[in-house]
Ligand binder design. Structure first.
Ligand SMILES: [Zn+2]
Length: 268
């Protein structure tokens, strides 16, 4: 009941809205972008308190360099979010992104993503989740299916979010107890993040062909618990095929970026 009130109150502070993702998909969202950003920032703080940050300055600069190059090619409105990258010390090959541009990288990722373009494929994917507002859509779906529109209606007129309410939302985002294990996105969201991420990395001057190589590495690494960006759906083969289908276009973009002087040189 307590959770119902929290989530209902939050949903009520936003007007239901439809927005369009970069691939033109319309998404329904009960929670505004700024509310999601504020929730993302709180969740990020919590994760930073719980998880061990990497003290390796080379690893940190490497991740930041790659993300900075990707963000530089976003439209101004999206570029100007409060982007932040943290590298966590952990063997898992993992990464995540929270609304508002909060990105986490586990340094075990560097064992699978072995050059800057492969890391850029992961970062492009994570940035795409943020830009396409997949969390807002996912949470709204959860709110609607669990509590129904009546609950939302009953709380219309609620005030801004309290810290307690934010706690509730974090749980709705799947960030309650097990940090680092973010509630999985849907298959559609994952495919969309792959496609948008490919565009971003190519536009930033990272070699898009390395996205396919990354998935081949992921495939042969096997065994590990699937990280966020490597969720078991869609399968590695499907992702490789979808990326390959779009490679001609990505290469055109990449060549244009290189000709325009976008030649990132991020090193560990
Ligand atoms: Zn993903």
């Amino acid at each position: 009941m307590r959770k119902l009130i929290l989530v209902g109150a939050i949903a009520a502070t936003a007007l239901a809205a439809c927005s369009t993702t970069p691939t033109g998909r319309r998404v329904f969202s009960l929670v505004s972008g700024s509310q999601m950003a504020s929730m993302g920032a709180s969740a990020y703080q919590e994760i930073k308190q719980q998880e061990k940050a990497s003290t390796d300055s080379g690893d940190n600069q490497y991740a930041q360099c790659i993300v900075r190059n990707i963000i530089a090619v976003l439209p101004a409105e999206q570029r100007n979010q409060d982007w932040e990258v943290t590298v966590f010390a952990s063997d898992q090959a993992n990464a995540f992104a929270l609304p508002g541009g909060k990105i986490g990288v586990y340094d075990g990722l560097y064992k699978v993503a072995v050059n800057q373009s492969q890391v850029a494929a992961v970062m492009g994917h994570e940035v795409a989740h943020v830009i396409a507002e997949h969390s807002a859509a996912r949470m709204s779906t959860g709110v609607v299916t669990q509590f129904g529109m009546q609950v939302v209606g009953a709380f219309v007129g609620g005030s801004s979010m309290s810290p307690a309410a934010q706690q509730g939302v974090m749980q709705a985002m799947g960030l309650g107890a097990q940090f680092g294990v973010v509630l999985p996105f849907s298959r559609g969201d994952e495919s969309e993040a792959d496609i948008i991420g490919l565009d971003y990395m190519a536009a930033a001057g990272f070699d898009p062909r390395e996205s396919v190589a990354l998935w081949q590495n992921m495939s042969s690494a096997g065994g590990q618990a699937p990280p966020e960006f490597a969720s078991t759906h869609p399968s590695h083969d499907t992702r490789i095929r979808d990326l390959s289908d779009r490679m001609d276009r990505a290469m055109t973009q990449y060549n244009k970026a290189r000709a325009a002087g976008r030649k990132p040189n991020c090193r560990r």
